[in-house]
Design a protein around this ligand. Structure first.
Ligand code: HEC
Length: 106
């Protein structure tokens, strides 16, 4: 066991580096806001809604307010959404936001 390890000088170093990297990656995940890869809703939101102004965060408005904001953006002809896009964006802005807000801060 010991002998085979010694036969590959530098191997332990690589293992240590890999372990350190894995640890850093894990630590990074737990300190960042809990969120997975970008959802379809977030993708659509960013594609449709962020050309003219900053990226408003889901938590900035309640789901009911977001529905009104989407109405307003459409009424002002700022954006044209298909029913699917509207549903996706609303899902991201309300559903995902609630899930995020419910998660404890670490
Ligand atoms: C073509 C440019 C444009 C696009 C695209 C656009 N907006 Fe806006 N948005 C504006 C302008 C201009 C204002 C300021 C309107 C005002 O206050 O009268 C605004 C204001 C806002 C505000 C601030 C609150 C408010 O009611 O004024 C929010 C939130 C918002 N937009 C969300 C969105 C969302 C969500 C989308 C995608 C569905 C979107 N915007 C797409 C131009 C745009």
């Amino acid at each position: 066991m010991r002998r085979s390890r010694l036969r590959a000088p530098g191997f332990a170093k690589v293992v240590r580096a890999a372990a350190a990297f894995a640890f850093a990656a894990a630590a990074g995940c737990s300190s960042a806001p809990p969120r997975g890869p970008m959802s379809d809703g977030e993708r659509t939101y960013r594609a449709k809604c962020t050309a003219c102004h900053r990226v408003y965060q889901p938590a900035e408005e309640t789901p009911a307010q977001w529905a009104k904001t989407l109405d307003k953006m459409e009424a002002l002809k700022k954006v044209t959404l298909t029913p699917e896009e509207r549903a996706q964006i609303l899902q991201y802005l309300s559903g995902d936001a609630l899930a995020g807000a419910a998660a404890p801060l670490r």
